[in-house]
Design a protein around this ligand. Structure first.
Ligand SMILES: [Fe+2]
Length: 290
């Protein structure tokens, strides 16, 4: 994403209204640029159209009203030369999140089907590491602990999980009214020997957790992340429960290109499934840090 006067279009002073409402009509409110997450000047109160010099601007929610209204955002060059680039990969995933149903029970989350653009999905699968490049830790889970260090796979952070436009819209979708910080991202292959499956709430250092399922076939479909309500109340989120101590709510389908996002809070109890046959749960798992 660039926002500056270094575009070749700068010379020609082209002005293109690109954000569109759900009917395809161009949408360009006077006060802000709909292709850019809204910020508000603390002095004049205007949003992205503020002309104040060196005044603090704060994020303003929703960041992308045009998306919340069912519209779209797109790359745009303004007549002052500023250029907002929103890559097709980013736009694809933003639109898939926009069109997915938000679940407020048991807690704020969204399960997104067909999450990655087909070209990005192919790129990730083509560059998936071989088993001998992965670290078995704990037993039965083969991991690349930090995807940002992988020279090919880190593209998914650039275009999706650590993309400013994507993160801004995801906070709108989840209704959390705060900026999502930098995520960590791991790659996991879980096998039959992997046995950690207590019902738990994720680390207190996590804000929003996500998982992108990337299996080779549909043999894993019944082995997605499970969501529960414990039978006993606790305010200690370090507690864990056995599945027999909880009511089962639902299981996300572990099929290719499904991605869930969930807010970490005192109701976000979940587990991994018990793996009882020879399958491999290939997935990317990460969290936006607090
Ligand atoms: Fe977890």
């Amino acid at each position: 994403m660039r926002r500056g006067g270094n575009s070749p279009f700068f010379i020609y002073k082209i002005f293109i209204y690109m954000a569109r409402d759900k009917y395809g009509n161009e949408f360009h409110p006077k006060e802000y640029d709909p292709d850019y997450p809204r910020v508000r000047c603390v002095k004049c109160g205007y949003m992205n159209s503020c002309k104040c010099i060196n005044e603090n601007k704060v994020p303003w929610y929703p960041r992308f009203p045009i998306l919340e209204m069912g519209g779209v955002i797109e790359s745009v060059t303004h007549n002052d030369g500023t250029y907002v680039e929103i890559h097709d990969f980013t736009n694809w995933s933003i639109n898939k999140v926009r069109d997915s149903k938000i679940l407020s029970y048991p807690y704020g989350m969204v399960v997104v089907e067909d999450f990655l653009h087909p070209d990005l999905l192919k790129y990730i699968k083509d560059n998936w590491p071989s088993r001998n490049e992965l670290d078995e830790n704990p037993k039965g889970r083969f991991a690349l602990h930090d995807v940002s260090t992988h020279d090919k796979l880190n593209l998914i952070l650039k275009y999706i999980f650590n993309n400013f436009h994507f993160k801004s819209y995801l906070s709108d979708k989840l209704g959390i009214q705060r900026e999502l910080k930098e995520p960590f991202l791991s790659l996991w292959e879980d096998t039959i020997e992997w046995t950690i499956n207590d019902v738990h709430v994720d680390s207190p250092t996590f804000d929003v957790t996500f998982g992108l399922f990337l299996p080779d076939d549909e043999s894993t479909i019944e082995y997605g992340t499970e969501f529960w309500i414990p039978n006993r109340h606790t305010s200690n989120l370090e507690d864990t429960f056995q599945k027999s101590e909880c009511n089962f709510l639902f299981r996300a389908p572990f099929k290719e290109n499904v991605c869930y996002f969930m807010i970490r809070n005192n109701t976000s109890w979940h587990s991994s499934p018990d793996i009882d046959k020879e399958i491999t749960r290939k997935h990317l798992y990460g969290a936006f840090k607090k």
